[in-house]
Each structure stands twice: as C-alpha cells, then as structure tokens.
Design a protein around this ligand. Sequence first.
Ligand SMILES: NC(=O)c1ccc[n+]([C@@H]2O[C@H](COP(=O)([O-])OP(=O)(O)OC[C@H]3O[C@@H](n4cnc5c(N)ncnc54)[C@H](OP(=O)(O)O)[C@@H]3O)[C@@H](O)[C@H]2O)c1
Length: 280
Amino acid sequence: MASSPAPHAVLQLFPPPARERRLSGLYLGESLPEPAAGEAPFLYANFVTSMDGRIAVAGADGVSRLPAGLTNARDWRLFRELQAHADCLLTHGGYLRALVAGTLGNILQVGLAADGEDIASWRADREMTVQPAVAILSASLDFPLPASLAEHRQPVHVLTTAEAPRDRMAELRAAGCEVLCVGSGSRVRGREVAAVLEERAYRRIYLQTGPRMLETALRDRVLSRLYLTLSHRVVGGEQFDTILRGGPLGAAGTLRLRALYLDRPAKGEIGQFFASFEPG
Ligand SMILES: NC(=O)c1ccc[n+]([C@@H]2O[C@H](COP(=O)([O-])OP(=O)(O)OC[C@H]3O[C@@H](n4cnc5c(N)ncnc54)[C@H](OP(=O)(O)O)[C@@H]3O)[C@@H](O)[C@H]2O)c1
C-alpha cells in the first residue's frame, strides 16, 4: 500500500528547545489575544522580505511588484492561517488598484482558496463570521470596489481624510460602504484607525497593507505583532520598497522576537525563516 507523503514540517528555533512543528496549522494555533470591549484592538501585520530587505522591486515599467519567487506555497498557507483570526482585514487603495490591474491576487476573503476548507471550518468552530469585515485605507479614494465584497456580504469601512473628494465619498456611501474621515492631509494615522475599528467592536485586525500603514502603526504604538517571512535570497534592484517608509522611528521601532521557525528547502527550492515579533 502506498503511504501518503509526510506533512511538511518546520524547525522551531525559538523559543527553545528546538523541535519539529507541522507547518499546516502552525499559525492557526497561534495565540492571538482577544481584547475586551473598550481595550485597544489587536493589530497584526505580515510581510515577506528578501535578505536585502526588498518586499517589492520596480520593474522596467516602473511598477513596483513582489519579486518572482519571494513567496511560495508555504508562506501563502501561513498568510491565510493568519487571516483566519481576523474580525477585520485592513487593506488600502493601492491594493485594490493592483487587484483590478491583475498584478496582485484576491486576498479579501478567508478560507476560499484551494485547500482552505480547514481554515473556513476553524472560523466556524469558533463562531466567527464566515468572512471578516474589510476596512480600506485611502486618501485619494481612487480605487474600484471589488464585487466580491458584496457577494460575501462583508461590511466595508472606508477610512480616509477630510480632504478626500466629496463626490467619491457619496458614491462609496451609495454603494453601501461606511466612509469615515479619520485623518487630515494625505494620511490616516494608526491611532485613529485603531480607535474607529475598536468602536465598531473589531478585536483582531489584520493589516494587509504596505509600508506606510506599518510606519504609522509602529510610530503610534498600535501594532501588536509583526509576522515576517525572511526568504533566504538576495534580490537586488535599484528601486524597491522595504517594510517601512518614513522617517526614523527611534524607540518605537524596537521589536522583541517571540518565535522563529526554519523552513528548510527541498532540492531546488528556497529556504525561509518564519518569524514573529512584538513591540518592546
Ligand atoms: N512583500 C510583502 O509582504 C508586501 C506587503 C505589502 C506590500 N508589498 C508591496 O510593496 C509595494 C508598496 O506597498 P503598497 O502599495 O501596498 O503600500 P503603501 O505604499 O504603503 O500604500 C499604498 C496606498 O495605500 C493607501 N494608504 C496607505 N497608507 C495610508 C494612510 N496611512 N492613509 C491613507 N492612505 C493610505 C494610499 O492609497 P491612495 O493612493 O488610494 O490614497 C496609498 O497610495 C507594493 O508593490 C506592494 O505590492 C509587499
């Protein structure tokens, strides 16, 4: 009788002692606190980066994209397991533009991708909503609203600034979104994002955003945990993004390692570390 392949394992390096852990379920089993009403929500983010700190590199057309091979099926699995914990996914106008342009895939629903049934049932077992709410950060409001949000009956909150175009605010409200002006100038601040989402009773908020939101979340000290996949490769490229954009963070940028796993490469593959940090 043919035996089924052994489940993929990663090596837990920290905290000690070192031991093998099954990859599937690793981040479903993470303990994410559920703050009580009135407490600050638990905001967590996840990035995949190369050894030289690139999360995206501009191509010859000037468009910034994830370098080929930076992500893989195992990192994708853990990204989706982290989604399972969320009451609310925080995304932004740039992502919705990339989605419609076809440069990024759909990450607005949880547990729908192939082999995601256990992620969907994990939420059901905990009596969570089938799909999380979605909050969209945008100063310009220049983004298309994906049809999948209405199809899956996800509450949509648009977080923008007082200077955003009024006609677009009206269009988004007519389309069923809640539009909130929670910032001024060209950016919404992390503290304001956390406050309005806490008021709406969201306890665990997954930042599926980019360097600008991470900057304000760290600076405003509202980020609770940072998950980082460090791919064992150097990418290069002159124009690139790192996990953070903006001025020096000082003490607000200090992080404490809470877990580190080694994903050893099979022949012809690239290894990676899965790490998580908390401010402090
Ligand atoms: N490797 C990874 O893990 C990873 C993760 C994330 C992103 N990336 C890549 O990195 C590159 C840059 O990231 P990005 O485009 O996602 O993010 P970004 O440059 O931080 O933000 C993009 C857009 O989001 C809105 N936004 C972000 N923060 C905001 C704030 N505080 N207030 C108001 N609006 C805000 C703005 O939209 P409006 O223009 O609509 O106002 C902004 O143009 C992209 O190529 C992306 O694919 C890689």
